[in-house]
Design a protein around this ligand. Structure first.
Ligand code: SUG
Length: 448
């Protein structure tokens, strides 16, 4: 049976702004308070989806969330009408209003961890929504994420949904941003690679000194258990704490994998040799031949990687077996990174082509091409069971572009977030979106 990797991209929500909310994420910190363009951000994301669809890849779309999250503000003690809740939060606790307005759900690599049916004990595709509990503004995403994923993959015979892990730091889980899968064919059993930043219960693992390690070993192990993964189909590796302290807040900022290939920076991991050997032998068990491409620090420094997001690229398989790298334009702007990419694609290796995308609006908050997509490997039968409303097609691209043009603001700055009109605009837009994507009622304002 045919199988595919389907990329579901997060549609940028109408409140996209630069809140400076993510300590440890250099871009989010340095662009704090700048004014944003939600319209441009959403159109940039849609242009990437369209381009991949036109290149022949399977492409889907994941809906944004209801923001401002009035219900979250109510849980923090603000009361009155919705407009009063926003007005009071703006007056008494602006950082909380900013957090409740974040469009951070666009980075859907953090929405969930997904295990394809070929890897799981019950032969279903398993999803665990990420609790994202390291940052308050992201910790409020998972209930809606679960409802949206449930509406997209609404078939119990093929899809199993798990709620987020307990919302405490010991089970900090950031989803697929710290998870990669290696396989020969997408429909065959593979090796799931979980990268953690620290251990919550075992102090033999070193932790970063400056910035938080968002993913724990214990969270990754819990996800592997929930999904029914075989021990010999899983590899755990620790991220190098020193790179977390240099701004590598997720593993997908320093490594990316696809098929049988891991593309990574020399400084990405601890115990790298042991990890590579384990990946090689476990992939061999299922008939695969593991290959790795290590980018030396002499060619690209960790700082170059963090600024350019070289590794936050999408590594895609083409029909002839070669691979294509989708990179943000910041890679072109960095001389060393661009020179490295030229030498990589002309070296006769598997990665033959690089395509550059303008994702500046998202990049300024630390979200590159790979952050914007959730990968779901599906066989033909499973793909046919996905809600067809969320699969990208030329007409859907047209509808979504028109929808963005109609509802999104060109500019947004912090003071605009207190405007009660913004809440109405967002709800009107999202109500229409659930009809376009045929999701049914998934937002709090539609349910309560
Ligand atoms: O969690 N930025 C996100 C970026 C997530 C990128 N995802 C992956 N690497 N997979 C984060 O730090 C910034 C929001 C703000 O500051 O307004 C933010 O949430």
């Amino acid at each position: 049976m045919k199988s595919y990797e389907v990329n579901f991209d997060g549609l940028v929500g109408p409140t996209h702004n630069y809140g400076g909310l993510s300590y440890g994420n250099v871009a989010s910190q340095s662009n704090s308070q700048q004014s944003s363009s939600p319209k441009e951000a959403a159109l940039q994301g849609l242009a990437k989806m369209k381009a991949l669809m036109e290149m022949g890849f399977q492409q889907g779309v994941l809906a944004p969330q209801e923001r401002p999250d009035v219900a979250a503000l109510r849980r923090l003690g603000f009361s009155g009408t919705d407009a009063q809740v926003i007005e009071r939060a703006a007056k008494e606790a602006m950082p909380l209003l900013v957090a409740s307005c974040s469009a951070s759900s666009m980075w859907v690599a953090n929405a969930a961890t997904v295990s394809p049916s070929a890897d799981t004990a019950d032969g279903r595709v398993h999803f665990t929504a990420a609790n994202l509990n390291c940052k308050y503004h992201r910790s409020i995403e998972h209930p809606t994420t679960s409802r949206v994923l449930g509406a997209m993959f609404a078939n119990q015979q093929h899809f199993a949904h798990h709620s987020a892990l307990p919302a405490v730091a010991q089970f900090g889980d950031e989803g697929a941003a710290n998870h990669t899968r290696f396989c020969r064919e997408y429909g065959e059993a593979g090796v799931e690679f979980f990268v953690f930043g620290r251990s919550a219960f075992d102090n033999r693992y070193p932790a970063p000194q400056k910035y938080p390690a968002r993913q724990t070993l214990e969270a990754s192990q819990a996800v592997a258990r929930l999904h029914g993964l075989r021990e010999d189909g899983v590899v755990y590796a620790q991220q190098n704490p020193n790179v977390i302290d240099q701004g590598v807040f997720h593993n997908d900022v320093i490594a990316v994998g696809n098929g049988e290939v891991l593309f990574y920076h020399e400084d990405a991991f601890l115990e790298t040799e042991q990890m590579l050997a384990e990946l090689e032998s476990k992939l061999a068990r299922v008939g695969g031949k593991f290959q790795s491409v290590c980018v030396p620090r002499s060619a690209v420094t960790v700082d170059d990687a963090v600024r350019s997001y070289l590794f936050n690229s999408q590594l895609l398989s083409r029909p002839d077996g070669s691979m294509l790298l989708i990179v943000p334009q910041e890679c072109q702007a960095n001389e060393r990174v661009w020179a490295y990419l030229q030498s990589l694609t002309s070296s006769g290796g598997l990665i033959r082509e690089v395509k550059v995308f303008d994702l500046k609006q998202s990049m300024q908050n630390g979200g590159g091409p790979a952050c914007l997509r959730l990968r779901v490997a599906l066989n033909e039968t499973e793909l046919a069971a996905v809600n067809p409303g969320v699969i990208m097609t030329p007409p859907l691209y047209g509808s979504l572009t028109a929808w963005v043009e109609k509802h999104y603001r060109d500019r947004l700055s912090e003071s605009d977030l207190a405007d009660p009109q913004l809440l109405l605009e967002c709800r009107t837009a999202l109500d229409e979106l659930t009809q376009i994507l045929k999701l049914g009622a998934v937002y709090p304002f539609q349910i309560n």
